[in-house]
Design a protein around this ligand. Structure first.
Ligand SMILES: [Zn+2]
Ligand SMILES: [Zn+2]
Length: 133
């Protein structure tokens, strides 16, 4: 089950709802393949399904924090691994095009210190407001 959070900045108007964690559509590679949109990833999922018994994977909604401009991107993380192969999806920052870190945040800890991506001057307040699946 995943968790939804509201992020708010006390200084500027930045406000965003994000969804983190694992939903029911993430329970097998074949299910993921049905809704996964990005071309290369979809092709790679098919390859890993081919060797499903020897493959492991990790898939969840994560929060990518851009290391260069602080932009927060709520997107799907997908990592697959087999004895012969491995794949991790990657994103570029939509604001500054810098490569996002390979792994996003899956859970926001209570004492999280996220900087506001817009004004960069304030820590965001983080409020968990519902569970989703
Ligand atoms: Zn950026
Ligand atoms: Zn702000």
């Amino acid at each position: 089950m995943g968790e939804a959070y509201k992020l708010n900045c006390g200084r500027c108007s930045y406000s965003q709802e994000i969804f983190l964690g694992i939903g029911f559509r993430y329970c097998s590679l074949s299910t993921i393949q049905e809704w996964y949109e990005e071309e290369e990833g979809k092709k790679r999922i098919a390859e890993f399904i081919h060797h499903e018994e020897e493959s492991t994977y990790d898939c969840f909604d994560g929060l990518y924090v851009c290391q260069s401009c602080g932009y927060l991107l709520n997107a799907i993380y997908l990592h697959m691994e087999s004895t012969a192969d491995s794949y991790t999806n990657r994103y570029a920052c939509p604001r500054c095009s810098a490569p996002m870190p390979p792994k996003p945040i899956e859970y926001i800890p209570k004492d999280a210190e996220l900087n506001c991506p817009d004004c960069g001057k304030e820590k965001l307040t983080v409020q968990a407001f519902m569970d989703w699946d």
